[in-house]
Ligand binder design. Structure first.
Ligand code: GDP
Length: 461
């Protein structure tokens, strides 16, 4: 379904594009409709109107309130003529002084001059409707803005450059080509499918299915980059959890003390594990405690252990008191667990019986020995690889559509292999698959799909 973009925009839309707060400049963006007339109302009477200026230019001027004539700001006004703008429409960006109040005054003046407030993501939505971006690129804009690490930003950048879009377009063309082949056989061979046709088509379909599955397999990596991971450090008091947190962060964040019960609540820090954004949480030592505050801290530790994507259970390998070790192990799902035998710089005491189904790493939080091995074990447990920047990664939305497409190809393949007379149904499946791929890039879209995607954007993007 398509909407004629020209029908939508009479009134220009406006929003502050820079984040709120004190800053050197703020940028207000205004796009579409009669944007130039709107901005002319903000200029002094003796200033040359925008229409009479050269195309795609900028100038320095004073911005006035169009109703009161009050001088509001000295600003730089940048003019973009359609289609050479982000949205593909006539657009003006006004760079005024930064600051929450000043930016709001500027925006209010623009609204008084005839613009309306933009909806979240409306600029990018217009860029999509005007063909400047496909949907994967529009989504990458959001990912880039929200990226928490270099690696997440690099992956979003690759997607914004169109890497994912062109892979999907390529798959789309293949599936549409196959569907056309089937329909051709229907039209010209009156439904009689020739054996050699099946021999030719089936390998192409199998190849397409493999390509779809290869893309599906990158989902987890994309999910980790976008959502980040929760890593929880827990263990008995004095095992060295706070020391390990500090060692991983390479700075003194948590208080380290040889008095058990020093960390009585959780401490949370942002951490980057090979570019995957993580929340690293140090918890209260797990033990039976009469102290009410410590007890609450321990309860929160248990809740976090359940939510964690990765649990680091820290054990003092120098300590011979292992009675609690067995009971501690019961709290953990082995799928999320890495066992850390800390204080490897000290002589080991008699080892407690260690589980054989979880990775075990010896470290010294004090000297840093074993930390690289620990990070490798953490990455392996989370399925993180080191070479992600160069290719695009898919989101949950892409995953669902790719699965639909893969299922459609699979069904179609099955039908053609089992019963060559079922060619009509097989072609129908392929059409379904092509629509699913079309929804990823926006070749096929509905208002609901666009609302869903752009509601996640901030106003001004
Ligand atoms: P937590 O209660 O588990 O957070 O333990 P802390 O990090 O507060 O450490 C408890 C004590 O063990 C402190 O005196 C630390 O200096 C000491 N400690 C922690 N890690 C190591 C280590 O790797 N080697 C040695 N020798 N001492 C450590």
């Amino acid at each position: 379904m398509t909407t004629d973009p020209s029908e939508l925009y009479e009134q220009p839309i406006a929003a502050i594009a820079t984040p709120p707060g004190a800053g050197g400049i703020c940028v207000v963006r205004i796009s579409g409709g009669n944007v130039f007339q709107c901005v002319n109302r903000l200029l002094g009477g003796d200033v040359q109107p925008i229409e009479f200026r050269s195309r795609n230019t900028f100038f320095h001027t004073t911005i006035h309130d169009c109703e009161t004539g009050e001088s509001l700001d000295d600003a730089l006004v940048l003019i973009f003529h359609a289609p050479h703008s982000y949205t593909g429409e006539n657009t003006v960006e006004i760079q005024g002084h930064g600051g929450v109040i000043q930016a709001q005054r500027l925006l209010n003046a623009i609204l008084k001059a005839g613009a309306r407030m933009a909806e979240p993501g409306e600029f990018t939505r217009r860029a999509f409707l005007n063909g400047n971006l496909d949907l994967t690129q529009a989504e990458a804009v959001c990912d880039l803005i929200q990226a928490q690490t270099e690696r997440a930003a690099a992956a979003a950048r690759v997607q914004l450059d169109g890497a994912l879009g062109s892979e999907i377009h390529n798959l789309y063309d293949q599936i549409v080509g196959l569907s056309a082949d089937l329909e051709h056989v229907l039209d010209f061979d009156e439904g009689e499918i020739a054996d050699n046709f099946v021999h030719k088509t089936v390998p192409s379909m199998e190849q397409l299915k493999l390509s779809l599955e290869a893309m599906i397999s990158t989902w987890r990596e994309g999910e980790l980059l976008r959502q980040g991971v929760l890593i929880v450090l827990s263990g008995a008091p004095n095992a060295g959890k706070s020391s390990l947190l500090n060692a991983l962060l390479r700075r003194d964040r948590a208080i380290v003390h040889n008095l058990p019960g020093t960390t009585r609540d959780v401490i949370e820090e942002s951490y980057s594990l090979s570019g995957i954004p993580a929340r690293l949480v140090d918890t209260a030592g797990l033990r039976d405690s009469e102290d009410e505050v410590e007890h609450q801290g321990i309860q929160r530790a248990h809740a976090l252990i359940e939510q964690a994507d990765l649990n680091l259970l820290v054990v003092d390998q120098h300590d011979s008191e292992h009675e609690q070790f067995d009971s501690l192990l019961h709290f953990f799902n082995p799928d999320t667990l890495v066992l850390v035998l800390n204080k490897s710089d000290l002589p080991a005491s008699r080892q407690p019986p260690l589980p054989c189904d979880v990775p075990i790493v010896a470290v010294s939080a004090l000297t840093g020995e074993g930390l690289d091995e620990l990070k490798a074990a953490m990455k392996a447990k989370l399925g993180i690889t080191d070479n992600a920047q160069s290719h695009s990664v898919i989101s949950q939305r892409h995953l669902e559509e790719l699965r639909t497409a893969a299922r459609a190809v699979e069904e179609s393949l099955q039908l053609l292999t089992d019963d060559t007379a079922a060619i009509v149904i097989a072609a129908g499946y392929l059409r379904e698959g092509s629509e699913a791929l079309g929804r990823i890039t926006g070749r096929v879209y509905s208002e609901d799909l666009l609302n869903h995607i752009f509601s996640k954007f901030c106003v001004g993007k």
